[in-house]
Ligand binder design. Structure first.
Ligand code: C2E
Ligand code: MG
Ligand code: MG
Ligand code: MG
Length: 291
């Protein structure tokens, strides 16, 4: 019979393919209810200003606690949200929750800090994005300069549209960062058109910064380019003191990574704010940044 002729690895391949598709459809279906069922959360990862030795901003990172499957990584469900269009309501919820959170922290006695929110391509094509963000800022009472929007180089596919939208967003007073900078295979010419404030150096360049001369050269190049273009820089994924010490020597301004803190639930960040900041200063002190 025919089935017996099919090599077993082919069968395995096909069945794992179709189960992946099924899995995706189940997740998409479940994601429809995740927002209303309060299964979505945001964690906040501190960004440390190396000159001041302070937490000056946080990045908002979405989390999904699935009732049966447990925690699902945004790397797995954000693409599903993008393909299904669910990124529009989810993205709006993230923006509003994050803006409200920094105001709440301020009311609880923390300094007012900036919050960085990731945007998806679909949101940049959302009709009312600019009005929506303006409404969110009004409703939450957050001053626009405390909101940073993160875009990626993959969004440079429609330069004209993006240039228009980004200028409208800038007119609100928010700032714009390019996330995962250097990984997008896009031409750098968008840097001339887009009103960008900040480049985030991708973790993949930071990881082997001490051992790989190419990675080192790329980081040096990004830092020097940012300096000439008067852009701020955030280095992502700092896990080791050696990485930090290289970045300090290279005059990087801001860092984000497990060395200082993992992304944290808002109440944990609030309770440990002083400890996190003290810890950051101790790390920097040991590197003789402070006397
Ligand atoms: P991203 O915006 O580049 O966020 C940084 C990612 O690196 C986060 O992963 C963060 O937890 C992780 N990270 C930070 N420091 C370290 C470190 O020292 N070591 C290591 N190994 N990892 C570190 P996460 O939270 O899993 O998010 C993955 C991606 O999902 C994000 O990458 C972003 O592209 C997307 N994402 C997360 N939240 C949202 C959201 O609200 N909206 C949209 N559109 N995308 C989001
Ligand atoms: Mg990001
Ligand atoms: Mg990134
Ligand atoms: Mg990323």
């Amino acid at each position: 019979h025919e089935a017996g002729k099919v090599p077993s690895h082919t069968l395995f391949y096909e069945s794992s393919m179709s189960s992946k598709i099924t899995e995706k459809l189940i997740l998409e279906n479940d994601l429809h209810f995740a927002l209303d069922n309060h299964e979505l959360f945001i964690e906040y990862q501190p960004q440390i200003d190396l000159q001041a030795g302070k937490i000056t901003s946080v990045e908002a990172l979405i989390r999904w606690r699935h009732p049966k499957k447990g925690w699902i990584s945004p790397g797995d469900f954000i693409p599903i949200a993008e393909e299904s269009g669910l990124i529009i309501p989810i993205g709006q919820w993230v923006l509003e929750t994050a803006c409200r959170q920094v105001k709440q922290w301020e009311q609880a006695g923390l300094p007012l800090i900036k919050v960085a929110v990731n945007l998806s391509l679909g949101q940049l094509f959302q009709q009312n994005l600019v009005e929506m963000i303006q409404d969110v800022l009004e409703r939450t009472g957050l001053e626009s300069r405390y909101l940073q929007l993160e875009i990626t180089e993959s969004m440079t596919i429609n330069i004209d549209h993006m240039t228009t939208v980004l200028h409208q967003l800038k007119a609100l007073g928010v700032t714009i960062a390019v996330d995962d900078f250097g990984t997008g295979y896009s031409s750098l010419s968008y840097l001339k058109d887009f009103p960008i404030d900040c480049l985030k150096i991708d973790r993949s360049f930071i990881r082997k910064i001490q051992t790989d001369s190419t990675d080192k050269a790329l980081v040096d190049m990004i830092l020097s380019m940012a300096k000439h273009l008067r852009l701020k820089v955030v280095a992502e994924g700092i896990e080791e003191v050696e990485q930090l010490s290289y970045l300090i020597a290279s005059h990087c301004e801001t860092v984000q990574g497990y060395l200082f803190s993992k992304p944290l639930p808002p109440e944990v960040l609030q309770e440990n704010y002083d400890i996190l900041q003290q810890n950051a200063r101790t790390i920097l002190k040991n590197l003789s940044v402070f006397e």
